[in-house]
Design a protein around this ligand. Structure first.
Ligand SMILES: CC(C)(COP(=O)(O)OP(=O)(O)OC[C@H]1O[C@@H](n2cnc3c(N)ncnc32)[C@H](O)[C@@H]1OP(=O)(O)O)[C@@H](O)C(=O)NCCC(=O)NCCS
Length: 208
Protein backbone atom coordinates (compact mmCIF):
# COMPACT_ATOMS: atom_id res chain seq x y z
CA UNK A 1 0.00 0.00 0.00
CA UNK A 2 1.92 3.06 -1.17
CA UNK A 3 -0.16 5.65 0.70
CA UNK A 4 0.95 5.31 4.28
CA UNK A 5 -0.91 8.24 5.81
CA UNK A 6 -3.32 10.79 4.45
CA UNK A 7 -4.93 13.78 6.10
CA UNK A 8 -7.31 16.28 4.53
CA UNK A 9 -6.73 19.25 6.81
CA UNK A 10 -9.37 21.56 5.38
CA UNK A 11 -11.11 22.11 2.05
CA UNK A 12 -7.94 23.71 0.64
CA UNK A 13 -5.15 21.81 2.38
CA UNK A 14 -4.07 18.16 2.16
CA UNK A 15 -1.10 16.08 3.20
CA UNK A 16 0.05 12.53 2.55
CA UNK A 17 2.95 10.18 3.23
CA UNK A 18 3.98 7.59 0.66
CA UNK A 19 5.96 4.44 1.42
CA UNK A 20 8.17 4.14 -1.64
CA UNK A 21 7.97 0.58 -2.96
CA UNK A 22 7.65 1.29 -6.67
CA UNK A 23 10.28 1.41 -9.38
CA UNK A 24 11.35 4.81 -10.64
CA UNK A 25 9.29 4.47 -13.84
CA UNK A 26 6.06 4.48 -11.81
CA UNK A 27 6.76 8.03 -10.68
CA UNK A 28 8.62 9.35 -13.70
CA UNK A 29 5.66 8.57 -15.96
CA UNK A 30 3.76 11.38 -14.22
CA UNK A 31 6.55 13.64 -12.98
CA UNK A 32 8.91 15.76 -15.07
CA UNK A 33 12.47 15.59 -13.71
CA UNK A 34 13.62 19.22 -13.83
CA UNK A 35 17.21 18.66 -12.75
CA UNK A 36 19.66 15.80 -12.91
CA UNK A 37 19.93 13.67 -9.74
CA UNK A 38 22.68 11.05 -10.01
CA UNK A 39 21.90 8.85 -7.02
CA UNK A 40 19.04 6.44 -7.95
CA UNK A 41 17.48 6.35 -4.46
CA UNK A 42 17.60 10.14 -4.09
CA UNK A 43 16.06 10.45 -7.56
CA UNK A 44 13.23 8.10 -6.58
CA UNK A 45 12.65 10.07 -3.36
CA UNK A 46 12.55 13.33 -5.30
CA UNK A 47 10.13 11.93 -7.88
CA UNK A 48 7.91 10.42 -5.17
CA UNK A 49 7.68 13.82 -3.43
CA UNK A 50 6.54 15.51 -6.64
CA UNK A 51 4.21 12.59 -7.41
CA UNK A 52 2.50 13.16 -4.06
CA UNK A 53 1.66 16.74 -5.04
CA UNK A 54 -0.10 15.34 -8.08
CA UNK A 55 -1.76 12.69 -5.90
CA UNK A 56 -3.07 15.35 -3.49
CA UNK A 57 -4.24 17.72 -6.22
CA UNK A 58 -4.45 16.05 -9.67
CA UNK A 59 -4.47 19.50 -11.29
CA UNK A 60 -1.20 20.53 -9.58
CA UNK A 61 1.03 22.12 -12.28
CA UNK A 62 4.22 20.11 -11.65
CA UNK A 63 5.99 21.45 -14.73
CA UNK A 64 5.68 25.04 -13.42
CA UNK A 65 7.63 24.39 -10.21
CA UNK A 66 10.57 26.74 -9.84
CA UNK A 67 13.48 26.57 -7.40
CA UNK A 68 14.43 29.64 -5.35
CA UNK A 69 18.03 30.56 -4.44
CA UNK A 70 17.33 28.99 -1.04
CA UNK A 71 16.41 25.78 -2.96
CA UNK A 72 12.79 26.08 -1.87
CA UNK A 73 10.48 24.88 -4.65
CA UNK A 74 7.57 27.19 -5.41
CA UNK A 75 4.96 28.20 -7.98
CA UNK A 76 5.30 31.74 -9.22
CA UNK A 77 1.54 32.41 -9.16
CA UNK A 78 1.19 30.71 -5.73
CA UNK A 79 -1.79 28.72 -6.99
CA UNK A 80 -0.58 26.23 -4.38
CA UNK A 81 1.70 26.56 -1.39
CA UNK A 82 3.50 23.29 -0.84
CA UNK A 83 6.29 21.54 0.98
CA UNK A 84 8.05 18.21 0.47
CA UNK A 85 10.21 15.91 2.57
CA UNK A 86 11.77 12.48 2.11
CA UNK A 87 13.68 10.14 4.34
CA UNK A 88 14.59 6.48 3.80
CA UNK A 89 11.68 4.93 1.93
CA UNK A 90 9.20 7.64 2.87
CA UNK A 91 8.12 10.71 0.99
CA UNK A 92 5.77 13.29 2.49
CA UNK A 93 4.08 16.31 0.95
CA UNK A 94 1.61 18.96 1.99
CA UNK A 95 -0.14 21.35 -0.38
CA UNK A 96 -2.67 24.11 0.08
CA UNK A 97 -4.57 26.44 -2.22
CA UNK A 98 -4.60 29.20 0.37
CA UNK A 99 -2.32 28.66 3.38
CA UNK A 100 1.43 28.60 3.91
CA UNK A 101 2.74 25.16 4.84
CA UNK A 102 5.85 23.26 5.89
CA UNK A 103 6.47 19.53 6.36
CA UNK A 104 9.27 17.24 7.43
CA UNK A 105 9.62 13.50 7.90
CA UNK A 106 12.62 12.18 9.78
CA UNK A 107 14.02 8.84 10.90
CA UNK A 108 16.08 8.58 14.11
CA UNK A 109 19.82 8.84 13.51
CA UNK A 110 22.99 9.13 15.56
CA UNK A 111 23.69 12.41 13.80
CA UNK A 112 20.81 14.05 15.67
CA UNK A 113 22.47 13.14 18.98
CA UNK A 114 25.73 14.68 17.78
CA UNK A 115 24.15 17.99 16.72
CA UNK A 116 21.52 18.30 19.46
CA UNK A 117 23.27 21.27 21.06
CA UNK A 118 23.41 23.07 17.73
CA UNK A 119 19.69 22.90 17.06
CA UNK A 120 18.16 22.94 20.56
CA UNK A 121 18.26 25.96 22.84
CA UNK A 122 19.30 24.84 26.40
CA UNK A 123 15.93 25.88 27.88
CA UNK A 124 14.14 24.07 25.12
CA UNK A 125 16.21 20.90 25.62
CA UNK A 126 15.20 20.83 29.31
CA UNK A 127 11.52 21.23 28.46
CA UNK A 128 11.81 18.57 25.76
CA UNK A 129 13.28 16.08 28.23
CA UNK A 130 10.67 16.78 30.90
CA UNK A 131 7.63 16.25 28.66
CA UNK A 132 6.07 13.02 27.34
CA UNK A 133 7.63 10.60 29.83
CA UNK A 134 6.48 7.60 27.81
CA UNK A 135 8.42 8.65 24.70
CA UNK A 136 12.03 7.53 24.25
CA UNK A 137 14.70 10.20 24.21
CA UNK A 138 15.70 9.50 20.60
CA UNK A 139 12.06 9.79 19.49
CA UNK A 140 11.77 13.18 21.20
CA UNK A 141 14.98 14.37 19.56
CA UNK A 142 13.84 13.16 16.14
CA UNK A 143 10.47 14.85 16.62
CA UNK A 144 11.90 18.21 17.71
CA UNK A 145 14.36 18.17 14.81
CA UNK A 146 11.58 17.31 12.39
CA UNK A 147 9.43 20.13 13.80
CA UNK A 148 12.28 22.63 13.32
CA UNK A 149 12.92 21.48 9.76
CA UNK A 150 9.19 21.91 9.05
CA UNK A 151 9.36 25.46 10.44
CA UNK A 152 12.49 26.14 8.34
CA UNK A 153 10.62 25.05 5.20
CA UNK A 154 7.48 26.97 6.19
CA UNK A 155 9.61 30.13 6.53
CA UNK A 156 11.27 29.38 3.21
CA UNK A 157 13.74 32.31 3.10
CA UNK A 158 16.76 30.53 4.62
CA UNK A 159 19.24 32.24 6.97
CA UNK A 160 17.86 30.54 10.08
CA UNK A 161 19.68 29.78 13.32
CA UNK A 162 17.76 26.72 14.51
CA UNK A 163 18.43 27.07 18.25
CA UNK A 164 17.86 30.83 18.50
CA UNK A 165 15.16 31.56 15.95
CA UNK A 166 12.98 28.46 16.11
CA UNK A 167 11.60 27.24 19.42
CA UNK A 168 9.48 24.15 19.98
CA UNK A 169 7.54 23.18 23.12
CA UNK A 170 5.12 20.39 23.92
CA UNK A 171 1.53 21.29 23.08
CA UNK A 172 -1.59 20.76 25.12
CA UNK A 173 -2.60 17.52 23.41
CA UNK A 174 -1.02 14.47 21.85
CA UNK A 175 0.03 15.23 18.29
CA UNK A 176 0.47 18.92 19.03
CA UNK A 177 3.57 21.04 19.61
CA UNK A 178 3.80 24.78 20.04
CA UNK A 179 6.23 26.46 17.66
CA UNK A 180 7.61 29.96 17.41
CA UNK A 181 9.82 31.70 14.90
CA UNK A 182 11.64 34.96 15.32
CA UNK A 183 13.95 36.69 12.87
CA UNK A 184 14.40 40.46 13.05
CA UNK A 185 10.94 42.00 13.06
CA UNK A 186 9.31 38.76 11.93
CA UNK A 187 7.68 36.99 14.89
CA UNK A 188 5.22 34.15 14.62
CA UNK A 189 3.69 31.66 16.99
CA UNK A 190 1.76 28.68 15.70
CA UNK A 191 0.80 25.06 16.35
CA UNK A 192 3.06 22.36 14.90
CA UNK A 193 1.24 19.10 14.32
CA UNK A 194 2.97 15.75 14.50
CA UNK A 195 2.49 12.07 14.15
CA UNK A 196 4.91 9.29 15.15
CA UNK A 197 4.62 6.54 12.53
CA UNK A 198 6.65 3.34 12.88
CA UNK A 199 9.92 4.99 13.90
CA UNK A 200 9.56 8.07 11.71
CA UNK A 201 8.48 11.47 13.01
CA UNK A 202 6.25 13.55 10.77
CA UNK A 203 5.74 17.25 11.58
CA UNK A 204 3.76 19.86 9.68
CA UNK A 205 2.66 23.47 9.90
CA UNK A 206 -0.28 25.18 8.28
CA UNK A 207 -0.14 28.86 9.16
CA UNK A 208 -1.79 31.29 9.00
C1 LIG B 1 16.59 22.24 3.06
C2 LIG B 1 16.53 21.22 4.16
C3 LIG B 1 15.51 21.68 5.19
C4 LIG B 1 16.16 19.87 3.59
O1 LIG B 1 16.01 18.95 4.60
P1 LIG B 1 16.48 17.43 4.43
O2 LIG B 1 16.17 16.72 5.70
O3 LIG B 1 17.86 17.40 3.92
O4 LIG B 1 15.60 16.87 3.30
P2 LIG B 1 14.03 16.71 3.18
O5 LIG B 1 13.83 15.50 2.36
O6 LIG B 1 13.31 16.77 4.46
O7 LIG B 1 13.61 17.97 2.34
C5 LIG B 1 14.03 18.13 1.03
C6 LIG B 1 13.00 18.97 0.31
O8 LIG B 1 12.86 20.22 0.98
C7 LIG B 1 12.53 21.21 -0.01
N1 LIG B 1 13.43 22.32 0.22
C8 LIG B 1 14.74 22.42 -0.08
N2 LIG B 1 15.20 23.61 0.35
C9 LIG B 1 14.17 24.26 0.93
C10 LIG B 1 14.04 25.54 1.55
N3 LIG B 1 15.05 26.40 1.66
N4 LIG B 1 12.82 25.90 2.04
C11 LIG B 1 11.76 25.07 1.91
N5 LIG B 1 11.84 23.83 1.34
C12 LIG B 1 13.04 23.44 0.85
C13 LIG B 1 12.65 20.54 -1.38
O9 LIG B 1 11.35 20.22 -1.81
C14 LIG B 1 13.42 19.29 -1.08
O10 LIG B 1 13.06 18.17 -1.84
P3 LIG B 1 13.23 18.11 -3.44
O11 LIG B 1 14.53 18.76 -3.75
O12 LIG B 1 13.19 16.65 -3.77
O13 LIG B 1 12.04 18.86 -3.97
C15 LIG B 1 17.91 21.07 4.83
O14 LIG B 1 18.81 20.56 3.92
C16 LIG B 1 18.44 22.34 5.42
O15 LIG B 1 19.05 23.13 4.74
N6 LIG B 1 18.21 22.54 6.70
C17 LIG B 1 18.64 23.68 7.40
C18 LIG B 1 20.09 23.63 7.65
C19 LIG B 1 20.48 24.30 8.90
O16 LIG B 1 20.56 25.48 8.96
N7 LIG B 1 20.68 23.53 9.92
C20 LIG B 1 21.10 24.02 11.17
C21 LIG B 1 20.89 22.94 12.15
S1 LIG B 1 21.90 23.14 13.53
Amino acid sequence: MPIFFQHDIDGDTRLAVWKIEEEEAFFSEMVPLQRSITHPHKRRQHLAGRFLLYYLFPQFPLSLIQIADTRKPFLRDEAYHFSISHCGDYAAAIASRSRRVGIDIELPSEKLGRIREKFLHPSEADAMNRGQASMEEMSKLTLFWSAKEAVFKWWGHGGVDFSEMIRIAWGKADGLLQGSFQKGDARFSFPVHYRMMDEAALAWIVYP
